[in-house]
Write a protein that binds this ligand. Structure first.
Ligand code: AHR
Length: 491
């Protein structure tokens, strides 16, 4: 039988709530036609933002939202997105489909969205094609209360008080779409640009430098060596694809068992990348002051047939949900270094938690994983030791545990990636006095490509989980293709 042991005496670091962060770019139908339908829309909205999306996102407790890109961030000029909407300058989104960018959704609308969903803001600044002056002014416009031209302009545009600006990114993928820079060149620019990202009274900005792609260890080495004293965080991007490249990508719903196995296998590369980048960071930052910020992660497939390929719209199945749960288990394991992660992307793009079809809003299987895992936010991580059945390329079971001290509850989440067989699993929790009571929730799919759409909104959704026995240890029966969270009240 599969065996998992939690040692309650070996408490680890705090699982930062920001690990459950999101990312929304001006890309395809993420902002326009996704979050934002405009005030004139027949779809119920608050100042243009869909009410059903606000409700759904509040429910899963999104702690932080990154915006406006991605690659778009390095061609975004924020002044074009403020002031009277009709008068805003139109431009072309050259990176994502050459569509017209109306600039209707800009700084005010983004902060409005954050306030509506109770999320903190992570603004990605333009280092690729913007000036230092432009970046400095944006931070001033957002976070300085009074006494500057920018703060007066903000007031003229209807917002008297400054917003909180807790996180600011300085360039995105500067090794590619953000300017095709070398690590040495970028780290010099980073030092310069970040100097002018100021802390105005009442606000303290955590600065995030553009970090590596996948296994680019040289990038991490150079950035940490040259500039680590100037950063709160260093980003890492890794997307899971069917054959671990961006060419010949597999499809989101029409896929084989082999492609399923590949996605699960390549999900585990995240563990390897975090481990190796962290080892390099440890050399320069023994006290682990610099956070590793996985500000883009998720599955990436061939874009939906018939749609603009640059819109990166894809369906989302139980396979993606299992991949998401493994990601969270990995992030928890590295919670001493990983302090933020942002799924790409929230609505209608890549591994979205929400898809929209006209006025219908669809919660994807990945949405439900965020729901299942939200209980871990800001808890103390507990180490899990797993002796579990192996597929030739990955373990079938993946788990994580955390402790909520305030409520004296252990949360345990586990996924069974086996596509046809249920698994019995014995769970031991060492060094606790006793168990008061256990409740559970489960997400499961009947086939590897089970998904939700307008006609089947609840095909993959949460239900109560009761298939466990509590004796000296806990014995669980895990259906194939399932993800479970247990809430274990202890004495
Ligand atoms: O998330 C889509 C794109 O992927 C982002 O714009 C970019 O940063 C990454 O390459």
């Amino acid at each position: 039988m599969n065996q998992i042991t939690i040692d309650f005496n070996k408490k680890g670091s705090i699982i930062s709530k920001y690990i459950y962060g999101h990312f929304a770019e001006h890309l395809g139908k993420c902002i326009y036609g996704g979050f934002y339908v405009g005030e004139e829309s027949s779809i119920p909205n608050i100042r243009g933002i869909r009410i059903d999306i606000i409700k759904a996102l509040k429910h899963i407790k999104i702690p932080v939202l990154r915006w406006p890109g991605g690659c778009f961030a390095d061609e975004y000029h924020w002044e074009e997105g403020i002031g009277e909407k009709r008068a805003r300058k139109k431009s072309i989104n050259t990176h994502w489909g050459m569509v017209t960018e109306s600039n209707e959704f800009g700084t005010h609308e983004f902060f409005d969205l954050c306030e509506l969903i109770n999320s903190e803001a992570y603004v990605a600044g333009n280092l690729g094609s913007g000036t230092v002056y432009e970046m400095q002014n944006w931070v001033d416009y957002i976070s300085c209360e009074k006494g500057t031209t920018m703060s007066s302009l903000r007031k003229d545009n209807g917002r008297k008080l400054p917003w909180k600006l807790p996180f600011f990114g300085i360039g995105n993928e500067s090794w590619a779409c953000g300017g095709n820079m070398t690590p040495d060149y970028y780290s010099d620019l980073y030092r310069r640009y970040q100097t002018f990202v100021k802390n105005y009274p009442g606000n303290s900005v955590k600065k995030i430098a553009c970090g590596p792609n996948n296994d680019d260890y040289n990038w991490t080495e150079t950035l940490m060596k040259n500039s680590s004293e100037f950063m709160w965080g260093l980003s890492l991007h890794y997307y899971t694809t069917t054959n671990n490249t961006f060419s010949n990508m597999g499809e989101a719903i029409n896929f084989s068992q082999d492609e399923y196995d590949n996605i699960i296998k390549y999900t585990y590369l995240m563990d390897e990348y975090i481990k190796k980048h962290s080892e390099i960071m440890d050399k320069y930052d023994k006290e682990k002051k610099v956070a590793l910020v996985i500000d883009e992660w998720g599955t990436w497939y061939k874009a939906k047939l018939g749609a603009n390929k640059r819109f990166l719209n894809q369906q989302n199945t139980i396979r993606d949900a299992i991949s998401a749960s493994i990601h969270f288990n990995i992030f928890h394991k590295h919670s001493d270094r990983v302090k933020m992660a942002n799924l790409a992307q929230t609505v209608n793009v890549l591994q979205a938690v929400i898809l929209t079809n006209g006025d219908t809003m669809i919660k994807t299987p990945t949405y439900h994983v965020f729901d299942l895992y939200k209980a871990h936010q800001d808890n103390i991580s507990l180490p899990v030791v797993e002796k579990v059945l192996q597929h030739e390329d990955y373990p079938y079971l993946s788990s994580t545990a955390s402790y909520n001290e305030e409520n004296n509850i252990i949360y345990f989440s586990i996924s069974n990636a086996h596509s046809t067989l249920s698994q019995d699993c014995q769970l031991d929790i060492n060094n606790i006095k006793g168990i008061k009571n256990i409740t559970g929730k489960i997400l499961t799919g009947d086939v590897i490509n089970a998904y939700n759409d307008s006609e089947h909104l609840e095909r993959v959704s949460l239900s109560a989980y009761k298939d466990f026995i509590i004796e000296k240890e806990i014995t669980l029966k895990l259906p194939p293709l399932s993800i479970i969270t247990l809430e274990i009240k202890i004495t």
